[in-house]
Design a protein around this ligand. Structure first.
Ligand code: KIV
Ligand code: ZN
Length: 388
């Protein structure tokens, strides 16, 4: 392997696979903004688009390549020489360019261009060679790898390595694999393919069965050292592996997954909100790490625990993902301790009897209203007579 054993490269494809999501199209200016946020937050590689897909994609990838400060800028290309040339024309402006070329290797995908196994092997040889003649940094992907026959997968990966690919990405294109299988596939490739120890294996998972994050982490434990992911898990169908989930999982559970990334996690919340805004895909309230409720507590037992020691119900600090504080949500499940604390924050000092009175009226209100806001609490205090 050509990198430190414990470092995992983060490859963000929000602007390529994420933007392919129906309805998630971003404008040129929005793509530049997201790329610059990714660059600033320490993402190693940004897949900025698919240059042959449209003039707009070409322009965005070229511009991002010119502006990137730290990240490698990658473009996608099918296994066709004009695609690869167009991709190179766009990414060549970057200080660190990468060409990513792919072909579907599973029986279902081989049937589409109607290529035999030998013809496809020949195409891989020709296109990876061509890409490597243009650029030192070439990534190759056997699309639908998780449904490709093991022997043929090994054969095609070997050709791609021999012809100059420096990263081999193993896509679970349809989100079909499971963690144990994801790990076994990487282990098998590392054991069987000559030259496998000279390149980086990447994992690229889709979330159709809700296992993308688990599958990506299992692949890393088996030897993959690049995770392909998107902000908020944006992507076709059920989306891709969510960047914020793998970054925080590796940070919080570093005891059992001792791998480092270079992503500054305190920037996660901001970029999540920007991607939601520009893609028009809102983040679900209970989404891990960046959902509105990920650091919110309403139940009395949880709020009481949180007020005494935040670690009782939180495994990460809100500051670690860029939030200023835990959100104690006042509602019908809230208890007396949380109400007192919230009122104190608003400047009201209450004796025990007054708290008892306000608490009864607070519960009546909470039964009628989903969430109680600060203004509601202030109104409650205005109509309270001090029984002390
Ligand atoms: O899911 C997939 O197979 C892809 C490839 C183009 C890498 O996005
Ligand atoms: Zn994909």
């Amino acid at each position: 392997m050509t990198q430190e054993q414990d470092r995992v490269v983060i490859f963000d494809t929000t602007l390529r696979d994420g933007e392919q999501s129906p309805g998630a199209t971003m404008t040129h200016a929005e793509k530049l903004e997201i790329a610059s946020l990714l660059d600033e937050m320490g993402v190693d590689i940004i897949e900025a688009g698919f240059p042959i897909a449209s003039e707009g994609d070409f322009a965005a990838v070229s511009e991002i390549a010119k502006n990137s400060k730290n990240s490698v800028i990658c473009g996608l290309a099918r296994a066709q020489l004009p695609d690869i040339d167009r991709c190179w024309e766009a990414v060549k402006h970057a200080a660190q360019p990468r060409i990513h070329t792919f072909i579907g290797t599973s029986p279902l995908h081989r049937a589409i261009p109607n290529l035999t196994m030998d013809e496809m092997a020949e195409r891989i040889d020709q296109t990876v060679t061509h890409a490597r003649n243009l650029c030192d940094n070439v990534q190759w992907s056997p699309m639908d790898a998780t449904r490709t026959e093991a022997d043929y997968l090994c054969r095609t990966v070997e050709i791609a390595i021999k012809t100059g690919a420096t990263t081999i990405n193993i896509p679970d294109t349809v989100g079909y694999t499971a963690p144990r299988e994801s790990a076994a596939l990487i282990r098998m490739l590392l054991e069987r393919v000559p030259g496998a120890d000279e390149i980086i294996f990447a994992t690229h998972c889709h979330n159709d069965l809700g296992m993308a994050t688990a599958n990506s982490l299992a692949a890393v434990e088996a030897g993959a050292r690049q995770i392909e992911c998107t902000i908020n898990g944006l992507g076709e169908r059920a989306g891709n592996t969510a960047l914020e989930e793998v970054v925080m999982a590796l940070k919080v559970r570093n005891d059992i997954m001792p791998f480092q990334t270079s992503v500054d996690s305190t920037k996660l919340m901001n970029i999540s909100r920007r991607v939601a805004a520009v893609s028009g895909f809102p983040v679900q309230f209970n989404k891990a790490i960046v959902g509105k409720n990920a650091f919110a507590h309403e139940s009395g037992i949880h709020q009481d625990g949180m007020l005494k020691n935040a670690e009782t119900f939180e495994i990460m600090r809100p500051e670690d993902v860029g939030l200023t504080e835990t959100n104690i949500v006042m509602g019908k499940h809230s208890g007396r301790a949380a109400l007192r604390s919230k009122l104190e924050d608003l400047g009201f000092e209450l004796g025990d009897n007054q708290l008892k009175d306000v608490f009864v009226r607070f519960k009546e209100l909470a039964d009628r209203k989903k969430e109680i806001y600060e203004d509601d609490l202030i109104a409650l205090m205005r109509t309270t007579t001090d029984p002390e």
